[in-house]
Design a protein around this ligand. Structure first.
Ligand code: AMP
Length: 418
């Protein structure tokens, strides 16, 4: 069964209309959630009814609370045996930390216990996780590889597990976690409730769902449409114009919080270095950094200490950072859906936001696909005069080469910028 939801036609429910535990309602109040979001309205009743659910919803829709709230309530109210009750498997450590914090917040006024289990930690982390797992934390939020390592050690009691959530399932498959996930599922009781959340409806997700869900309710929020309130603009540029243009944009207006996405670690490192040289307070985040460093940088960015963060797509999905004024795509994302995820980092909740995308000649066709995906033309902006001429936008032409045009009059000062 597929249920399509429109954001505009529904009158959202108040959380008091669900028969939630009073401690959980206190947590919801403390989080300042007044009414359900569409995804919450659609899936919470099914989860409370014990159904398996396959939900297609992007980050930013309130999907995390959509599964956390009914699961916290179920674990609180339904007495069951010992061991872990609920396992939430996610693709990245950042998402594990974030969901775990979300869980702690919402269950603050309840006796629920939880542990986050994710890769990248040291021996102490492993022992701490092991102890929490042995003590049977009720909720485990984990990345697949690390959870599998603990299960293989033999001390994880999964006999009483009743609920399994796969969050960002499409991302996990993209990252090659299929075998790890199937290993873990093979160790879980067959009689359980399984929820699968995915941002995209790729056929491989449906195949996975078919294997692990039982007669699921399928819920789909319309995908691939960034919120209308995001001002989207694009600059057609030559390669060498990218970094000077970003420096210009950052200096032209005072932004409190800017997230810049690059498709490669190398671009992230080079751009951050160039921004710092120009006196811009910036930090970089990518998978070469240690977990502690990444967390430190995220805290700095969230608190405003670091106004400009340059990131790989590691941060494009799932990470909940509010109040970003500006997202810049240093390059056009490979996957059109990633564009929606990247710019969805701005204009969260009630705030407005801006998204700039820098498009070189060879990226114009990819950019055109994005415009088709989101169903609208993104405004094309002029680069400032001192950067010289910019290329025209003509995606229909075969723009395989980003070689400099002889007509260009922009001259980089002796070094490559990316
Ligand atoms: P998510 O899609 O789960 O990443 O959630 C995006 C943001 O929406 C998070 O900051 C949540 O705390 C927030 N949120 C979730 N549910 C609600 C709600 N019902 N009302 C207001 N904010 C919410």
């Amino acid at each position: 069964m597929t249920t399509f939801v429109s954001h505009f036609k529904r009158i959202f429910l108040k959380f008091t209309e669900f028969n939630f535990d009073s401690g959980l309602l206190e947590g919801i109040e403390a989080a300042n959630y007044i009414k359900t979001t569409p995804i919450q309205e659609m899936v919470i009743p099914h989860i409370l009814n014990g159904k398996d659910v396959m939900a297609f919803a992007q980050t930013g829709t309130g999907k995390t609370a959509a599964f956390l709230l009914p699961l916290i309530n179920n674990v609180l109210t339904k007495k069951a045996g010992t061991g872990i009750k609920c396992m939430i498997i996610v693709p990245t450590r950042e998402l594990a930390v974030q969901i775990s914090q979300h869980l702690e917040g919402l269950s603050y006024f309840t006796p629920i216990s939880s542990i986050a289990v994710y890769g990248g930690g040291d021996g102490n982390d492993f022992i701490q996780e092991k102890n929490a797992l042995i003590k049977n934390a009720e909720f485990v939020v984990c990345t697949p590889g690390k959870m599998m390592a603990h299960i293989k050690m033999g001390y994880v009691n999964l006999e009483g597990l009743q609920y399994l959530v796969l969050d960002e399932a499409d991302r996990m498959l993209d990252m090659g976690f299929y075998n790890d996930i199937m290993f873990i599922i093979g160790k879980l009781p067959q009689k359980r409730q399984t929820l699968l959340f995915s941002a995209t409806m790729a056929p491989k997700i449906k195949t996975l769902a078919h294997k692990i869900l039982r007669q699921p309710i399928e819920v789909s929020l319309s995908l691939s449409k960034p919120p209308e309130k995001i001002v989207q603009q694009a600059f057609m540029v030559y390669d060498e114009q990218k970094t000077p243009l970003i420096i210009h944009l950052l200096k032209e207006k005072q932004y409190r919080s800017v997230l810049i996405f690059c498709s490669s670690k190398l671009s992230v490192k080079n751009l951050t270095r160039d921004l710092k040289r120009k006196g811009i307070v910036a930090a970089e985040i990518h998978s070469d950094l240690e977990q502690a460093e990444r967390e430190d940088i995220l805290v700095g960015f969230k608190s405003g200490r670091i106004p400009v963060l340059v990131a790989t797509d590691i941060l494009s999905r799932g990470i909940d950072i509010d109040n970003i004024d500006l997202v810049i795509n240093f390059d056009v994302p490979r996957d059109s859906e990633d564009y929606v995820h990247r710019i969805g980092r701005t204009a969260r909740a009630a705030a407005d936001g801006t998204a700039f995308t820098l498009v070189t000649l060879k990226e114009q066709r990819k950019f055109h696909f994005i415009e088709k995906l989101i169903g609208k033309d993104i405004s094309k902006m002029s680069v400032p005069e001192h950067l010289g001429k910019q290329p025209a936008y003509s995606p229909a032409q075969k723009n395989d080469s980003a070689k400099p045009s002889s007509k260009r009059n922009f001259k980089p000062k002796g070094k490559r910028h990316q």
